[in-house]
Design a protein around this ligand. Structure first.
Ligand code: NAD
Ligand code: PPY
Length: 359
């Protein structure tokens, strides 16, 4: 897809597109909506096949953030930054990475609070310390040492865990004892989630590109490790995608041997209509912008709304209630859970709750 196509199909605003000649990094900041507050969403830094793919990822991820903020009742809009790296992150020198962060911080400063960033794939709380300091404050999720609330991953995993329990009840089983939960991606969120379901008595099946992460899950959680190319053919009760998006295509939806899909990855479906194929097979799908909202609740809750960690945890538990409403609406209206969740998110725009002052 060309950059022209990405932009012409995009209903939001491109906050910034830039290229840094010194490092070879490409920057894009997509602002999807500011109807409910300043746009918010993390900075993803990884390799892309082309700048068009990076920009497309930014626009699609920003759209998901708008839905995520709306359905969680948070006073923020949707945005996302994508940095296409010149080499894999672990091959960049510290000086190159520092320069990339500094350029990105300048981009954030230029947007002057129309968009607030946070961590995502390829960026950490320590990176947020740099972005916050160099941009004039437009980054959520700094380390606790720097005065921030720390990583969003534990609350994201908490929320996905709550989502899995809501979804299995919808699928007709009460608990995870002896159930097979397949976790794709054992990173900050996926590993934490795997530990939570293992504690519930689930049989964890897992995969990651990183062999050391797999080995740790095998050793500490008793996980059965499978090859990456076996994921979509391995029978399981719950499939928890916690790596990258676009995993569920219409073809996958027609064959996937799972009863529930609930994970952390953003934009799990290649298109919203793919949820119809899942619904036809009675696979319970927890829409990702609901299930993975815990990280946003943590960041915005702590840094904009002044919530305590306990208040954040209580709001993350609310993801279960929201999903129950989504499932009920889907059943009542005969639509997919993705469609039902979008309808619920849309209600926020029709009757916006008075939002507190922007951060
Ligand atoms: P992470 O970078 O810590 O972990 C991702 C893991 O997935 C890595 O271990 C990586 O090796 C693995 N991986 C990548 N491609 C893979 C593949 N094809 N097969 C198997 N493993 C693969 O990221 P994270 O913070 O754990 O986030 C995971 C997902 O959840 C991302 O899609 C992210 O956008 C989403 N998410 C994260 C948060 C958060 O708070 N961290 C919030 C909302 C959504
Ligand atoms: C996500 O939830 O996908 C994020 O990008 C995390 C986030 C949430 C809110 C503000 C900044 C980052």
């Amino acid at each position: 897809m060309s950059i022209e196509q990405v932009i012409s199909e995009w209903e939001g605003q491109v906050g910034c597109v830039g290229f840094d000649h010194e490092t070879g990094a490409f920057f894009s900041i997509a602002i999807h909506s500011r109807a409910l507050g300043p746009a918010a969403g993390g900075t993803r830094a990884m390799r892309y096949a082309g700048f068009d793919e990076a920009l497309r990822d930014a626009t699609r991820l920003a759209g998901a953030m708008t839905l995520k903020m709306a359905i969680a009742g948070l006073p923020m809009g949707g945005g996302k930054s994508v940095i296409a790296l010149p080499a894999p992150r672990n091959e960049l020198s510290e000086a190159t990475w520092r320069r990339i962060l500094e350029v990105h911080a300048e981009n954030l400063a230029t947007l002057a609070g129309q968009y607030w960033t946070g961590p995502d794939v390829g960026t950490s709380a320590a990176d947020m310390d740099v972005l916050h300091e160099r941009s004039g404050g437009f980054a959520f999720g700094r380390t606790e040492a720097a005065g921030g609330p720390g990583s969003s991953a534990p609350e994201t995993a908490h929320g996905v865990h709550v989502a899995i329990h809501a979804a299995i009840r919808e699928a007709g089983f009460d608990d995870l004892e002896g159930r097979r939960v397949l976790v794709q991606g054992l990173g900050a969120v996926g590993y934490d989630l795997a530990a939570r379901v293992a504690a519930d008595g689930a049989r964890v099946i897992a995969t990651d590109l990183d062999a050391a992460r797999c080995e740790r899950a095998r050793r500490e959680l008793g996980a059965e490790i499978i090859e990456g190319d076996a994921v979509l053919a391995t029978p399981c009760d719950v499939f928890a995608p916690c790596a990258t998006g676009g995993v569920i295509t219409a073809g996958v939806a027609a064959e996937l041997p799972a009863r529930v899909i609930a994970g952390a990855a953003n934009n799990v479906l290649d298109a919203p209509s793919t949820a119809d194929a899942l619904a036809r097979r009675r696979i319970v799908f927890a829409p990702d912008f609901v299930a993975n909202g815990g990280g946003g609740i943590h960041l915005v809750g702590r840094e904009v709304l002044g919530w305590s960690p306990d208040e954040v945890a209580a709001h993350v538990e609310g993801i279960g209630t929201t999903l129950s409403e989504v499932f009920e609406l889907a059943r009542h209206d005969g639509v997919s859970t993705e469609r039902a969740a979008r309808m619920l998110a849309q209600q926020r725009f029709e009757a916006p709750i008075a939002a507190p002052a922007a951060p």
